[in-house]
Design a protein around this ligand. Sequence first.
Ligand SMILES: CC(C)(COP(=O)(O)OP(=O)(O)OC[C@H]1O[C@@H](n2cnc3c(N)ncnc32)[C@H](O)[C@@H]1OP(=O)(O)O)[C@@H](O)C(=O)NCCC(=O)NCCS
Length: 170
Amino acid sequence: MNELTIRPRADDHMQGCVQALATVHATDRYPVDWPVDPEGWLTPRSMLGAWVAVDSSAVLGHLVLARPGEALALAVGLPSRRLVSVTRLFVSAGARRRGVAARLLDKAIAVAAADGLRPVLEVEAGAAAAINLYERAGWRCVGTSAADWTTADGRVARMRSYVAPSGHRT
Ligand SMILES: CC(C)(COP(=O)(O)OP(=O)(O)OC[C@H]1O[C@@H](n2cnc3c(N)ncnc32)[C@H](O)[C@@H]1OP(=O)(O)O)[C@@H](O)C(=O)NCCC(=O)NCCS
């Protein structure tokens, strides 16, 4: 991996984002079902901004900041206007355990802090790597809930809600 940079996602990153997502779907079944419109899946209606981790030749990672849903705000116990949701976070299968996701999360926290917002997120309870990533970075689990979809191994998904550490800045 050459030098890694975190950049706002641009239109010419989209093809690389979809290619990286394809490796993640093949390896982790994230997302469980391959979307009909991958670029649309990477661009949810609630999106406020998106960032990519790139080296000189490829998109290695991706993250979206979005307006949180009311259920997540309720789980966190703060008004949704004070929160921002981290979603669509992934790192391509060949670029793991090199700090790419940690760098993307740091960027998200810095962007949120600049707007006076607290980052929150939901993660499926079986996503061990992601849960380890968040908990090691000091995110706090504030609750769990059943989701309305089924995991690749046939369980009803259980979502864990997390809030970023307060006052965390990079
Ligand atoms: C979760 C994910 C984004 C982590 O990406 P990554 O770039 O490999 O993570 P990092 O290298 O920044 O890891 C930082 C820390 O997170 C933890 N971590 C990351 N991957 C882990 C794994 N497979 N097992 C255990 N801990 C892990 C470790 O504490 C790690 O630090 P260390 O490598 O010094 O031990 C990646 O595995 C992925 O894309 N998974 C599939 C998609 C997904 O689950 N997205 C989250 C949806 S909520």
